[in-house]
Every structure is written in C-alpha cells, then in structure tokens.
Ligand binder design. Structure first.
Ligand code: HEM
Ligand SMILES: [Ca+2]
Length: 201
C-alpha cells in the first residue's frame, strides 16, 4: 500500500473509529481476524498472544505461538514493504502466507473449498463417521505432505496438533463441526466465550 493510503487507513481507524472487516467469503481472513484484537486490520505479536490466551492456551504456548507466527508470516503479508521489527501481519493479505503440505481447504485466495473439506473426512475418518482419531489425524498429515516441503509440513503439523490439543473430546476425537468452525474462525469466538463463562462461574 502506498504511504498516503496507509496513513489514510490509520487516520480512519484512529479518528473515525472505522474497523477492519474481513471479506464475508474469505474464510482465511475470518480465521485470522479473531486475533486482530483491536480490529485495525493488523495482527501484532501482542495480539496473537492475547488471542491464544483468550481461547485458553497457557502462557508458554501463547508466547511461542506469537513469536513463531508473527516472525514467520509478517513479511509474507506485506509485499513491497520493508522488514518490520514489530512483525505486523496484514489480515487482508493473509492468503500470501499460505504454505504447502496443507489440506487445500483454503484456496489460493483464502476461500473455503467445501469439496476439499468433505474429502478430509471421506478419506480419513474410518473409525467414526464425523470425527478424526489421533491416528487418523496423523494419516491426514502424512497424506498432505509434499516432497521437499519441511517448512510447510511443520506448519501444518503445528496447526492441526494445536487444534487437536484444544478441541478433542474426552474420547480423543476431533469432530467435523469443530474442524469446520476453525476454518471460518467461529471456533475461536466460541472458545473465548467458554473460557470467559468458566472464569465467571
Ligand atoms: C489456536 C490457534 C490456531 C489454530 C488451532 C489454527 C489452526 C489451523 C488449521 C487447522 C488450519 C488448516 C490447515 C490445513 O488446511 O491443512 C490453519 C490454517 C491457517 N492458519 Fe491457523 N490456526 C490458529 C491460529 C492462527 C493464527 C494466529 C494465524 C495468523 C495470524 C493463522 C494463520 C493460518 C494460515 C495463514 C493458514 C493457511 C494455511 C494454508 O492453507 O496453507 N492461524 N490454521
Ligand atoms: Ca490489530
């Protein structure tokens, strides 16, 4: 973004109270917008940390996640801009941070591909119709692995394992509706509400 329009965005946010709203059909923007705590369109490391804490993650995981996610994705989402030590992630460009060895449920623009989502469960949920066991999740990750893509495989492993750790049921199953909700980010809002209500109980 040229400097003038960047300043205009900042002006609108600060003085007019305008908020960044993710595109309705861009599920990847919605996935990430939860972590943009003040809705200015940018996720800073402190916001990733606060978002992780809000959904019930411990200090250590939240601290590591905020460092790795922001250091890893910041530059990719800021094409044409220099490196920034405050490691901002621009939500509108989050599709540029997609990696390999993923499920393909997000297309290259960050939109949700229903057929790819259904494919996960058609191929891998053998024990229970609408859920994945830990072993089936491992098989999913292995079958998504692309050749010479260690970085992508590690990123995919981390995303799925954190999801499993946070959301598996008491029988160790990761349910289809939970996985659907992580794609559009609504899962994060639900976890935040659950955590807040536990705190007040
Ligand atoms: C507890 C927090 C989070 C969990 C459990 C989580 C989980 C996931 C899962 C399961 C996927 C799908 C991967 C696939 O389709 O194979 C994904 C994709 C993605 N997530 Fe997250 N995520 C979290 C937080 C974040 C944050 C904070 C960011 C960045 C600010 C982020 C950026 C992405 C991106 C860019 C993708 C697309 C990867 C691709 O399709 O290549 N996620 N995440
Ligand atoms: Ca922000």
């Amino acid at each position: 973004m040229p400097y003038a329009s960047q300043s205009l965005t900042r002006f609108c946010f600060v003085f007019l109270g305008a908020k960044f709203v993710p595109e309705e059909d861009n599920f990847l923007q919605r996935h990430v917008a939860f972590f943009d705590r003040n809705k200015d369109g940018i996720v800073y490391p402190s916001e990733t940390f606060q978002g992780f804490r809000a959904i019930g993650c411990g200090y250590l995981l939240s601290a590591f996640a905020s460092l790795f996610i922001n250091m890893g994705l910041s530059s990719k989402t800021r094409p044409g801009k220099g490196f920034s030590l405050s490691f901002p992630i621009e939500v509108k460009n989050i599709h540029l941070a997609k990696h390999g060895s993923d499920s393909g449920v997000y297309d290259k623009n960050g939109r949700f591909v229903e057929s790819k989502f259904e494919e996960i469960f058609a191929k891998h949920s053998k024990t229970h119709p609408d859920a994945l066991t830990n072993k089936e999740l491992k098989q999913l990750l292995n079958s998504n692995k692309e050749a010479n893509d260690r970085k992508g495989a590690i990123a995919a492993f981390t995303e799925w394992k954190i999801l499993y750790y946070l959301c598996k049921d008491k029988n160790g199953l990761l349910h289809k509706d939970t996985v659907r909700a992580v794609y559009d980010g609504s899962l994060f809002e639900k976890l935040e509400k659950q955590k807040a209500s536990k705190k007040h109980a």
